[in-house]
Design a protein around this ligand. Structure first.
Ligand SMILES: [Zn+2]
Length: 432
């Protein structure tokens, strides 16, 4: 395979530096050289790709992905889907997210025990298009937890596996690790959207011995954990038992922020506020059932708390990651990049901080303690790169439109090769 040399481009390298003019050489599946300014890379033997002044950036990394959620309206629609249809749906979703510029994902729960595992293996074998994947378990919950859709007289399935007590938790976690998950997902707090009115976001829904049992087994096998943890006590248990990825973390008190800051090299936080935003402000547009007035005011209050909490975390240098909870009819796959705009408008991030979180920090989480190889345009890193029509550091909404993503490269190979810019013939013109 010939080397590929990208020229006439502006580089946002993911590190947080301002975009700069430069060139990038890809050799095999890795970035070989990155040059800056007028320094030219040797063109010999390379396919030269003139990017027409577009911006080259690392592929985005979603660390709260639910590729196995089928863009359904309700929770039981997910469970009702038979495994055969479900895997085909998940396979299509994997293609969709890669098409929209997501080259790596860390799953935050799949919907059936082997769904993520099979899809990850298929993608790794080159048999299906999709992002690099870390495969998760379904959400492990206790009875009445987030996703328990059963009725006393009838069974219903959603996206959950129910484990009551440490014995069931140990057995389930062992079983899922045997099947091949990369990480275990527990849901140890309520959720105003999923459990209204009987298990709101501020409630703890799992006992300490259950959380401890999940962590004990996962850690003993070198696996990571992620938790749906909005409530104060739930976040506290994530810190106590070393749960690396804390989803939402809305109601973190000052005491917990102190602890999180102390251990900030070991944890990532994914607020995933887009789904709350839809319920609060777009429920009618999407005909979202169940978003009544009382629920909406609860969700709006939660959004305000999330803003305050995330601002405090950001000041303390805690790594907060965008994306999450796309995979519902009202928050579908392919719309994930809306979360970038929410990070700025709802949580007070700067656009460039948001993009660093979407790339470099995501790459650090994706590494799961191993060597970091994605998330930056950097010599030696895997060649997962996008070309964007315009400067996303100035306008994050560009990334919401697939047509603005002119090229998607994963592992040095084109998933989508370069299409022309809408206004072509431009020169790269970022300030040096
Ligand atoms: Zn989620």
């Amino acid at each position: 395979m010939a080397n590929k040399l990208f020229t006439n481009l502006v580089i946002f390298d993911g590190s947080g530096k301002k975009p700069y003019v430069g060139e990038v050489l890809v050799q095999g599946n890795r970035i070989k050289t990155v040059s800056r300014g007028s320094n030219k890379i040797n063109r010999e033997g390379a396919d030269v790709v003139d990017a027409d002044g577009a911006t080259l950036m690392p592929g985005m990394i979603n660390c709260h992905s639910h590729i196995g959620y089928p863009d359904s309206e309700g929770l039981t629609d997910i469970g009702d889907l038979p495994p055969e249809e479900h895997i085909l749906n998940a396979r299509a979703n994997a293609g969709t997210v890669l098409d929209h510029g997501f080259t790596s994902v860390v799953s935050a729960a799949c919907a059936k025990p082997r769904l993520d595992i099979v899809l990850r293996n298929e993608i790794n074998a080159g048999l299906s298009p999709g992002p690099r994947m870390r495969a998760a378990s379904p959400q492990l919950i206790g009875t009445g937890g987030n996703g328990d859709a059963r009725q006393l007289h009838m069974h219903h399935q959603s996206f959950e596996m129910i484990c009551d007590g440490p014995v069931e938790m140990r057995r389930t976690v062992r079983e899922l690790i045997r099947e091949g998950v990369d990480l275990i997902k527990i849901s140890n707090s309520g959720d105003t959207l999923g459990m209204w009115p009987n298990g709101q976001s501020g409630y703890e829904t799992m006992a300490e011995d259950e959380v401890a049992a999940a962590a004990e087994v996962a850690h003993s096998r070198g696996k990571w954990l992620a938790a749906h943890a909005r409530a104060t006590g739930s976040i506290e248990l994530c810190l106590k038992y070393g749960i690396q990825i804390i989803h939402h973390a809305t109601f973190a008190t000052t005491k917990l922020l102190d602890k999180l800051e102390e251990k900030k090299s070991k944890h990532w936080v994914c607020p995933a506020v887009g789904i709350l935003y839809v319920c609060a402000y777009e429920a009618d547009d999407w005909e979202m059932l169940g978003c009544d007035t009382a629920m909406i005011s609860n969700v709006e209050a939660e959004l305000q708390t999330a803003h305050i909490t995330m601002q405090k975390m950001l000041k303390r240098g805690i790594r907060i990651l965008p994306f999450g909870d796309y995979g519902f009819a009202f928050n579908p796959h392919g719309a994930d990049a809306r979360e970038l705009e929410h990070m700025v408008n709802l949580l007070g991030f700067k656009p460039i901080e948001t993009l660093v979180a979407a790339t470099k920090w995501g790459g650090e989480a994706f590494a799961m303690g191993g060597s970091v190889e994605v998330g930056e345009i950097k010599a030696g890193y895997l060649a997962d790169m996008l070309l964007v029509d315009g400067d996303p550091t100035k306008d994050l909404t560009l990334l919401q439109d697939r047509d603005n993503i002119l090229m998607v490269m994963k592992d040095g190979q084109y998933h989508r090769s370069l299409t022309r810019r809408r206004a072509s013939g431009r020169r790269a013109a970022a300030a040096e």
